[in-house]
Design a protein around this ligand. Structure first.
Ligand SMILES: [Zn+2]
Length: 235
């Protein structure tokens, strides 16, 4: 039969192995979450671009309509010119036509400007959509690989838990009680080595009496400062 201390050391190392595996699973799951957030952000951006596209198109439609109205009015004014009697009215109407034409010229410039903006929004949007398709594909692959990883690690954890049960069964009730209590309050480090006559948990010097117990006794020996279970590191 192996000594309690050896069993406890193994239990502790199995426990820390399980913790490592669980942390690893957590990190892998976070990778998926990060990717999902990136995609969501990109979708929101694509939605913005889409809205901008619609609003630019509306702006163009509205201005083209204004242009048509101006054109109609100029035609109307030109007809009126033929029936005008006085020089003053003639000049006034010509000024009106000139000002309408200036308005139209500004509108035309604005329309061209908005069209070129619409074109670049379209390009950006197409690029984003292409990006999104790629990202969705890579997310799918990531999820598959993480799922497989997590399943594989679950099996490893289960195997280690079975080992833990074997060791727990081999342990006397008292040692197990001490170990479980210490393990929960000392952050999983219930069993520590004595190195250079110092406790590996709290670094306090151990007494000669404790050292004697460690060398001669089969009972569990505790650090007088931090209460952790001590063992002598074999040279
Ligand atoms: Zn200690």
């Amino acid at each position: 039969m192996i000594e309690s201390i050896e069993v406890l050391k193994r239990l502790q190392s199995l426990k820390s192995k399980i913790n490592e595996l669980k942390e690893y699973q957590e990190l892998r799951k976070q990778d998926v979450q990060k990717k999902k957030t990136q995609i969501e952000d990109k979708k929101a951006l694509a939605e913005e671009k889409h809205e901008e596209k619609l609003s630019r198109q509306k702006e163009i439609d509205r201005k083209e309509l204004d242009l048509k109205t101006d054109e109609g009015e100029i035609t109307k004014y030109n007809v009126q010119l033929n029936s005008i009697k006085t020089n003053k009215e003639y000049t006034a109407l010509c000024t009106e036509i000139g000002s309408k034409k200036a308005d139209m010229s500004i509108l035309e410039d604005e329309i061209l400007n908005t069209m070129s903006k619409l074109e670049s929004v379209n390009e950006e949007n197409n690029k984003l959509q292409e990006d999104l398709r790629r990202e969705e594909e890579s997310l799918k692959n990531l999820i598959e690989s993480v799922d497989a990883d997590v399943k594989k690690t679950d099996i490893e954890i289960e195997e280690i838990q079975n080992d833990q049960k074997k060791y727990i069964d081999a342990l006397d009730e008292n040692s197990l009680k001490h170990y479980n209590r210490l393990s929960s309050i000392k952050g999983g480090k219930a069993v520590v080595a004595v190195i250079d006559n110092m406790c590996g948990g709290c670094s306090m010097k151990i007494t000669a009496q404790t050292l004697n117990l460690l060398m001669g006794s089969n009972e569990l020996v505790f650090c007088q400062s931090c209460s952790r279970i001590l063992y002598l590191e074999e040279k």
